[in-house]
Design a protein around this ligand. Structure first.
Ligand SMILES: [Fe+2]
Length: 157
């Protein structure tokens, strides 16, 4: 394959795996960023986010290996905002609101990731790949459930 060649348009499976691969890196980064931001005020959320981040990085690794197996370079494709921003409010109330907002958003993302992995598992080119994608989907579903438990704790407090 030529260096830097694009994934062929007709290989939609590989393209979708590549998209999932970059989404995992984004998810991992967002969880770590959330964990750091909330650590001082909401250690229980920080612990959950840290745990989930570790699973997301393992998904990133698994999908990177799958891309290699499919003949695709798991290229690093990141854009980070390299600019410091002052926190407007350091209060726990602000942290709780921020956490509640993040958790709601993450529940939706985990559910949609799980649906996407189930869809990809159904069209996987081999049983081994199918099993891997099913296992990742199950972990995303577990994340949604764990986050929903955390959301309920917020609502009841
Ligand atoms: Fe994931």
């Amino acid at each position: 394959m030529e260096r830097g060649a694009r994934i062929p348009q007709n290989n939609s499976f590989a393209r979708d795996i590549y998209r999932a691969f970059t989404a995992e890196l984004g998810a991992m980064t967002a969880y770590v960023q959330g964990a750091v931001t909330l650590a001082q005020h909401l250690p229980s959320v920080t612990r959950l986010f840290d745990e989930i981040a570790r699973v997301e990085i393992s998904h990133y690794e698994q999908l990177g290996q799958l891309l290699l197996h499919l003949g695709i370079a798991p290229a690093l494709n990141v854009r980070l905002r390299n600019e410091a921003v002052y926190l407007e409010d350091h209060s726990t109330v602000a942290a709780s609101l921020l956490a509640a907002q993040m958790i709601k958003e993450k529940i939706r993302e985990e559910q949609s990731a799980a649906r996407e992995y189930r869809r990809l598992a159904a069209i996987a080119p081999s049983d081994a790949i199918k099993d891997m994608l099913e296992a990742i989907a199950a972990e995303e579903e577990e994340h949604a459930i764990a986050l929903d438990g955390m959301r309920k704790r917020f609502e009841n407090s």
